[in-house]
Ligand binder design. Structure first.
Ligand SMILES: *[C@@H]1O[C@H](CO)[C@@H](O)[C@H](O)[C@H]1NC(C)=O
Ligand SMILES: *[C@@H]1O[C@H](CO)[C@@H](O)[C@H](O)[C@H]1NC(C)=O
Ligand SMILES: *[C@@H]1O[C@H](CO)[C@@H](O)[C@H](O)[C@H]1NC(C)=O
Ligand SMILES: *[C@@H]1O[C@H](CO)[C@@H](O)[C@H](O)[C@H]1NC(C)=O
Length: 788
């Protein structure tokens, strides 16, 4: 059995533990888009109206994010005219003085849109001293957050099917502005050409800060960078993540896009006519991973809101952060108040439950799934068996003869040999051999180089059980194949059983129509959320495995301008692009209405008509893995009925969940007295899904929902319920008769135990679905019942 790290038979417990921990990270390092490309930061002119710090570096004084009340009409900070200058003066009044001993200004960012508050350099004593000041709410030190196609428009049926009209109806997103909070952009990439692009709409308020050169155009209408610890940060993308994400959302058409000849076709984003505004808040760190602090991320979102973007695209985050301290949650709340749609990735923490990010109910939270395309590179074992894997690098001159295999981990048994670290594998004679490595802890370029330097001719990446069925079509530096867990196990069995194990690698190129797609990628984070009161997350899944999109550096021997990447980071911009299309079709709809349309029309069966599976264990995906299901843009354009939510609904939810004025204020940026507002339990929020808990003192739960008719004036909907196992679901009324557009109707759903069956075990979760069927529209919501 390969890599059965949980087996407790091992005497060497410490080693087993170390390996188990390392194995947790297998995907994080190989698949998850943090590619290291250290490059010097170019100089640019000071760009930002809100970077008060002037980019002075070297301060060791920590930066705190400070939330305060709005200045009152009487007493401290009193001023009726709330000009930005007055707001700044009010913020300054919380600081001991304006400068540090070094002469640096303390104030780093003064926020207006995202929070009432600021970021400032303070010692912990100074931060504590502020607590006694009237108007102070909370202060905490800044924290780091991480960066979490030719084919996907066709897979999503936007392209290539004459009966589908969303691209036409929405003018391909023309006029919409997608604000991308990420690692910046390669402004010279062909995907950001502005052929056929209209000029930005007049409401656009943003600028393009590229130092002396203005290199924006009608596609790329704005670019700015936010890093208070760096002098004059530049929005250029020296990682690649932001360029990839931006082109997936709204890249223009580029003919003959490919990765080293694979997946050849015309590349474009989901909304090829939408504008892009880039807010760089993530920078490549010393460890090669891109990250940014909450102070900088809040500043980036602040600027995007001031610039009047339409959509916030955020493939970044940190799991299990309370909403009131989470810059993505806080910034997104400010955005929805302005009608700006927030889309964010759920994170790539893999199959362990409840390690997820960006779980606020006002965010559309996106998980990752596969598409039915594989870039197949098979491993032909010496005994005749063929195991299908993936890799983009498929050189035609690679010999198809059998070559000796080496599995360094089997020879050396060291942790470093698992991922093929050079210091380990150079101890072996790998000349002329195909080398087996785990895709973990170093990036695949380095791993491939190590194998090459040690004399290996090719590399086979083997999955441990935690990596399940998900494989990557990475553009490796040498011929390679990445095998799923089942195949890796067979290969391991063959290797252990055979005296002189051999294999050949056989390339099959790009294949379509592969079975069991879409499936939830093993790395996609799963619910239940521990920080939102039980609202089901993810909301939806979207393509996020081996996504071809723009890349700043030449890829592979032929220097492609495109690269395959996998991650929930890649899934999210698919949804952001679709939101741009829907906003053009329905300009007056609120973010909640558009989100409802996307969720209630998502599908839960794969292309073979079977329930969408989870690539972790290959079984049917649960609601906490797939959310409402896989996005279906054409159906989302005609949702029939929607679940509307207003700002104050979320305030009722927040008061019900936190029962704390200060926590709620940190999010909503306005005075609130929870004792006086109608606090509601999280499951009562008018959300297009149902996450409830029953058992113990709560044998039944009744929730209310209100739906709005946006389909046909006269329409009748009948309820269709798939009850979770052991749970009775009663819906009243069971029929909704609408006579006009815009009409609202409420219904109640009672969840209770079914009699006659043994009661389920506490902690167990059962899935179901509640749908409204008019014959023309089918409006579905997932149900998750947790037994307590
Ligand atoms: C109130 O605002 C006015 C106009 O901006 C300014 O002149 C005055 O100094 C402010 N007062 C305080 C107490 O900040
Ligand atoms: C501000 O306060 C710090 C210590 O709290 C002190 O070192 C610094 O000199 C002060 N700056 C001014 C301008 O007074
Ligand atoms: C693993 O890959 C093999 C091809 O070698 C395929 O037949 C099998 O279905 C895959 N298993 C899973 C769980 O994805
Ligand atoms: C090759 O070896 C593997 C692993 O032991 C085994 O599952 C497979 O059946 C073998 N193939 C043939 C053709 O014997």
């Amino acid at each position: 059995m390969l890599c059965d790290y949980e087996a407790s038979s091992s005497a060497d417990h410490n080693f087993t533990m170390a390996v188990a921990i390392l194995n947790l990270f297998i995907f994080l390092f190989q698949i998850l888009t943090f590619l290291s490309h250290p490059a010097p930061l170019a100089r640019a002119q000071l760009f930002s109206i809100i970077n008060e710090g002037g980019g002075i570096d070297a301060s060791k004084t920590p930066v705190y994010i400070v939330h305060v009340d709005k200045p009152r009409s009487r007493g401290r900070g009193a001023n009726r005219s709330l000009s930005f200058q007055n707001l700044k003066n009010w913020y300054l009044s919380f600081l001991p003085n304006a400068t540090l001993a070094s002469g640096e200004p303390r104030m780093v960012y003064t926020y207006r849109e995202v929070i009432t508050g600021f970021a400032a350099r303070l010692s912990s004593d100074e931060a504590e001293a502020m607590e006694s000041l009237d108007g102070f709410i909370a202060a905490y030190p800044e924290k780091e957050y991480y960066a979490s196609t030719t084919y996907t428009p066709t897979f999503l049926t936007l392209k290539g099917n004459p009966s589908n009209t969303l691209w036409q109806d929405s003018s391909k997103g023309a006029g919409q502005i997608i604000g991308v909070i990420d690692t910046g952009i390669d402004n010279n990439h062909p995907s950001f050409n502005d052929k056929g692009m209209p000029p930005p709409p007049s409401k656009w308020n943003g600028k393009c800060y590229w130092g002396n050169k203005r290199t924006c155009n009608n596609k790329l209408i704005g670019a700015a960078a936010f890093r208070h610890s760096v002098v004059n940060p530049n929005p250029y993308d020296n990682d690649g993540h932001g360029t990839h994400v931006a082109s997936t959302a709204a890249g223009n058409f580029v003919d003959k896009a490919n990765v080293i000849g694979q997946a050849q076709g015309t590349a474009s984003g989901m909304a090829p006519r939408a504008h892009l505004a880039i807010y760089k808040a993530l920078f490549v760190g010393p460890n090669g991973h891109s990250a940014g602090t909450d102070a900088d991320i809040l500043a980036a979102i602040e600027q995007a809101i001031r610039d009047n973007v339409d959509i916030l695209q955020m493939s970044l985050g940190l799991s299990n952060v309370e909403l009131f301290k989470n810059p993505v949650a806080i910034g997104s709340f400010a955005s929805i108040k302005k009608g700006i749609f927030p889309c964010a990735a759920i994170a790539n923490e893999g199959a362990s439950a409840s390690k997820l990010a960006n779980d606020a109910p006002w965010i559309l939270t996106v998980g990752a799934s596969t598409v039915d395309r594989r870039i197949t590179a098979s491993v032909l074992l010496g005994n005749g068996s063929e195991l299908a894997g993936e890799s983009a690098n498929q050189p035609s001159n690679f010999p198809s003869t059998q070559q000796p295999l080496s599995f360094p981990f089997h020879e050396l048994g060291t942790v470093g040999s698992l991922g093929c670290h050079l210091s380990e594998i150079k101890k072996l004679n790998l000349q002329g051999k195909i080398v087996l490595c785990f895709p973990m802890d170093i990036d695949d370029d380095e791993r491939g180089d190590n194998v090459k330097k040690s004399g290996g001719t090719a590399m086979i990446l083997v999955n441990g059980w935690r990596s399940g069925g998900t494989t990557s079509a990475f553009a490796h530096v040498l011929p390679a194949s990445h095998l799923n867990f089942t195949s890796s196990n067979l290969l391991d069995e063959y290797y252990t059983k055979t005296k002189k194990p051999t294999a050949a690698i056989k390339f099959h190129g790009t294949q379509f129509g592969m079975n069991s797609a879409p499936a939830v990628a093993v790395f996609s984070s799963r619910g239940p959320s521990l920080t939102n009161g039980g609202i089901i997350k993810p909301d939806v899944i979207a393509p996020g495995v081996n996504i071809l999109a723009a890349w700043p550096k030449p890829v592979g021997p032929t220097g492609s301008h495109f690269n395959f990447l996998s991650g929930t980071s890649m899934a999210t911009p698919h949804v952001s692009g679709v939101v741009a299309l829907l906003r053009n079709k329905y300009p007056s709809w609120s973010p909640a209405a558009i989100k409802s349309a996307i969720m209630t029309t998502a599908y839960i069966l794969d292309r073979q008509g079977n329930p969408i599976t989870d690539e972790y264990e290959g079984d049917a995906a649960t609601v906490f893995e797939r959310g409402a299901g896989h996005i279906n843009p054409e159906a989302a354009a005609n949702p029939g009925i929607i679940y509307e939510l207003h700002d104050y609904d979320y305030v009722h939810y927040l008061c019900g969940y936190y029962k704390s004025n200060s926590r709620v204020k940190m999010i909503i940026k306005a005075p609130v007295d929870c004792a006086k507002v109608k606090a509601i339990a999280p499951e009562q929020l008018n959300y297009p899904s149902f996450g409830v808990s029953i058992g113990g003192n709560t044998p039944e739960v009744t929730v209310t929902r209100k739906v709005t008719n946006v389909g046909d004036a006269g329409s009748i909907y009948k309820v269709v319920v798939k009850e979770p196992e052991g749970v009775r679901v009663e819906v009243s009324p069971a029929m909704l008769k609408f006579s006009q557009l815009g009409e609202e109707m409420s219904y109640e759903v009672k969840f209770s135990f079914k009699g006659g069956l043994p009661k389920p075990v506490a902690g167990e979760v059962k899935d179901g679905q509640l749908s409204w069927d008019s014959g023309k529209y089918y409006v579905s919501s997932p149900i998750a019942v947790t037994f307590i």
